[in-house]
Design a protein around this ligand. Structure first.
Ligand SMILES: Nc1ncnc2c1ncn2[C@@H]1O[C@H](COP(=O)(O)OP(=O)(O)OP(=O)(O)O)[C@@H](O)[C@H]1O
Length: 250
């Protein structure tokens, strides 16, 4: 007798099939403390369980406890890190100490990832925490250029993207409006509420009422015209199986 593999991602009151999410662009938005990083971590954890590796760009050192290799020094060959992804390992790039070296590393890394995925295609995800910092609206850098290209054209090469941001209005508009799945946590600022009004097919009053009632972990889930209020489960910071919680040395 064989054990059937589960292809379902358990996110709390929401269950998604892996095939519904791979190669998609997913936006997770909300104010500080609304639970968006928790949502992103739960999502990442479920992808890893389904053998879909991620590269997580983490400016706040929040992505501990995942089955992933953590880099916080960038004197490594970016190609080697791309190769880890291509063999199915997830990677956290802890970019807390932001400087020119990190910027160059990320730019080179994502360009190599883009080129490699043309030849050696496998389903992977790029997760950008504080996405407005990397793909801002109205400003271009060599890094934002390659990330926007991946977000908009990555699907054909197997690359999905997860954007996490507390400043919806400051994220590159093309990428945000072309996202295919949204987790919209609480927002307060009228500029960010307006972004939700552009995304959701609801009346302004309805959106305002929904947002007002939201608590930490609550989100509006929106995908292919389907709209649901969901509650995301809490990420377990200390899972029983940690393959690599230490700093990476390669
Ligand atoms: N679904 C949830 N159930 C229970 N607790 C949650 C949930 N989501 C988040 N929390 C808790 O709320 C706090 C804030 O969560 P989180 O860091 O995910 O928010 P955030 O929106 O990403 O904030 P920030 O922008 O500051 O990172 C954390 O202590 C987290 O454990």
């Amino acid at each position: 007798m064989s054990i059937t593999q589960s292809y379902y991602m358990d996110l709390g009151t929401l269950t998604l099939e892996k095939d519904q999410v791979i190669r998609k662009c997913i936006a997770i938005l909300g104010i500080r403390g609304s639970g968006k990083s928790n949502t992103a971590k739960v999502f990442a954890e479920e992808l890893i369980k389904e053998k879909v590796p991620l590269v997580i760009v983490d400016p706040d050192g929040e992505y501990r406890g995942l089955e992933a290799i953590i880099f916080d020094k960038f004197n490594v060959d970016p190609e080697e890190v791309v190769n880890l992804l291509m063999v199915g390992k997830s990677v956290v790039l802890d970019v807390n100490d932001w400087n020119e070296e990190v910027f160059k590393f990320l730019t080179t890394f994502f360009n190599i990832l883009w080129e490699t995925s043309k030849i050696y295609r496998r389903d992977i995800f790029v997760l950008l925490e504080e996405a407005h910092e990397f793909i801002p609206q109205g400003t271009r850098t060599p890094l934002s250029d390659v990330l926007v290209r991946i977000a908009l054209r990555g699907r054909k090469r197997g690359i999905g993207m997860i954007l996490v941001s507390q400043r919806s209005a400051k994220v590159n508009k093309d990428v945000l409006t072309q996202s295919e799945i949204y987790f919209l946590h609480k927002v307060v600022h009228p500029v960010d509420v307006r972004v939700y009004k552009e995304i959701l097919p609801l009346k302004s009053r309805e959106i305002e009422a929904e947002i007002k009632a939201m608590e930490t972990g609550d989100a509006i889930f929106y995908k292919d015209g389907e709209l649901r209020k969901v509650r995301i489960r809490k990420f377990d910071e200390f899972p029983s199986v940690i393959q690599s919680g230490e700093k990476a040395e390669i």
